[in-house]
Design a protein around this ligand. Structure first.
Ligand code: GLU
Length: 484
């Protein structure tokens, strides 16, 4: 009987959610959920050079915003805690000692000076620096004596000297390494704490992880991990190593370019759900042609074997396309909620946000499209009177002056300030004058915005900006045309 899937996302808190990492989180989540299993969050905070304030919160908030909720984790607990690696440090040594007993690990008393000298020699000889197994065969008496003298020691893994170790990766297939290539890596440091390489194996076992999903930079360490599983006699997980996310064929996405993290994308106006959908397809393909997936649909369609082996190249055009679909699918209320902070970043005057949003929504692909289109609301830009010339509407600067004066008369006397009434009154007047609506209204858009293309026509702009501002801009436009 197969065990229920248990997967873990094990980020190191860096204060930053690289999109490759978020993709790993998604694939890990889906691997659990597709099998109706358990998704675990484990914070791996021991190899960090320094503590980054608030870094864990970035992980929590990113996973929450994208809907990748965990079933066990530091904040909610679970039967296999603690879920923060630094809080688990105490009990690893006893596992390493079990390996010493069974002959799979050994005490190493080499001093820093000896190791430094060794590595210098190796460098001079053009060799890759590695441990020379100096303490591997110390006699029990020598070990006892060193321990009694209190000489600091580490515990190292005793790699087999011949043969091969292999494993089958779900994505990369059968992978083999010659055991003689494997360094006798440190499992426990002089301070008694585990190295990352040891801790993650013991943690995965203790947390009963069935599928390890992670970046392919761990492929080369996996044989060493498997030797540990074998030494303990533990069941090995299924390995799913994911290819990296690249900027182009040669370079990885990097923090420096400001496009590598989830937070960067949100700051650029992408929706969480669209980013997640994009990441699904960044290195994975469904069976059919479907591109837009809700989280539920992702869970259903997920098959980790369809993750691609080749590096995934980040495609900003595709991301933008997917985002535009998600924006289009927002309800008007959702769009108002998403767009308001972007509107308020450049507009402080009193405006009808709902009406503005109704006009912005159909043309918005990314929320950051919004601010540059609406700065005219607070501050009327300079514009040239040639803007009033429009062949299609048959308008010129002269006709526009006439039109704007007509509109001013209508609007000055209008009590009920709303879009439909404004439009109706203007349309009525156009009919009386025997002109087309556009002839009368095209100049209004220019007069109110100084732009040829605006979110909404002239009557919408008037309605959303209010009577006072509309009349004041109309007066300015009329004066400008009169003085031209
Ligand atoms: N803490 C590791 C990282 O952030 C996780 C590696 C793993 O999933 O095993 O890269």
């Amino acid at each position: 009987m197969s065990k229920k899937a248990r997967t873990r996302f094990a980020p190191s808190p860096t204060g930053y959610m690289h999109i490759g990492n978020l993709r790993t989180a998604l694939y890990t989540f889906l691997t659990a959920k597709h099998a109706d299993g358990t998704f675990i969050l484990r914070i791996e905070d021991t190899d960090q050079g320094r503590y980054v304030e608030g870094a864990t919160d970035v992980i929590y908030s990113t996973l929450k915003e994208t809907g990748l909720t965990w079933d066990e984790g530091p904040d909610i607990g679970g039967d296999f805690g603690p879920y923060v690696q630094s809080e688990r440090q105490g009990f690893f040594k006893k596992y390493a000692e079990m390996l010493v007993e069974s002959g799979h690990a050994y005490y190493c008393f080499c001093s820093k000076e000896r190791l430094d000298a060794l590595h210098e020699e190796q460098a001079a000889a053009g060799e890759i620096s590695h441990y020379d197994r100096h303490c591997r065969d110390l006699s029990p008496e020598e070990i006892k004596e060193n321990l009694e003298k209190g000489i600091p020691y580490v515990i190292r893994q005793k790699m087999p000297l011949d043969g091969v170790t292999s494993f089958d990766d779900l994505i990369y297939g059968h992978i083999e390494v010659e055991n003689k290539e494997l360094e006798d890596q440190i499992l426990i440091k002089t301070d008694g704490m585990p190295t990352y390489n040891f801790a993650n194996v013991v943690d995965d076992h203790l947390m009963q992880i069935t599928h390890v999903v992670r970046g392919n930079e761990y492929i080369s360490s996996t044989p060493k991990y498997n030797l540990l599983y074998d030494a303990f006699g533990w069941d090995k997980p299924t390995y799913i190593h994911c290819p990296p996310v690249m900027k182009d064929e040669h370079s990885k996405l990097s923090k420096r370019n400001g496009d590598a993290s989830y937070q960067d994308l949100i700051a650029k106006g992408y929706l969480s759900s669209a980013v997640l959908n994009y990441l699904l397809l960044l290195g994975w393909s469904p069976v059919g042609e479907q591109e837009i997936f809700s989280l539920e649909e992702m869970i259903k369609a997920w098959d980790p074997a369809r993750i691609s082996k080749s590096p995934a190249i980040f495609d900003p055009i595709k991301l933008k396309y997917i985002n535009s679909v998600y924006i289009k699918n927002l309800t008007p209320e959702e769009f108002v909620e998403a767009a308001t902070p972007w509107i308020r970043s450049v507009v402080s005057s009193d405006i009808d946000i709902e009406l503005l949003c109704r006009n912005l929504h159909p043309r918005c692909e990314v929320l950051s499209d919004i601010p540059p289109r609406i700065t005219f609301i607070d501050e009327m830009p300079e514009y040239d009177i040639s803007f009033y010339v429009n062949k299609k509407q048959k308008t010129t600067a002269e006709t526009s002056l006439t039109a704007l004066k007509e509109i001013r008369t209508i609007l000055e006397n209008l009590e009920d300030w709303n879009k439909d009434v404004i439009f109706e009154k203007c349309a009525e007047r156009a009919k009386e004058m025997e002109v087309k609506n556009g002839w009368l209204l095209y100049p209004l858009g220019i007069a109110l915005s100084g732009l040829k293309s605006t979110p909404g026509g002239g009557t919408d702009l008037a309605a959303m900006m209010g009577k006072e501002k509309t009349l004041s801009r109309l007066n300015d436009a009329i004066a400008k045309l009169e003085n031209a």
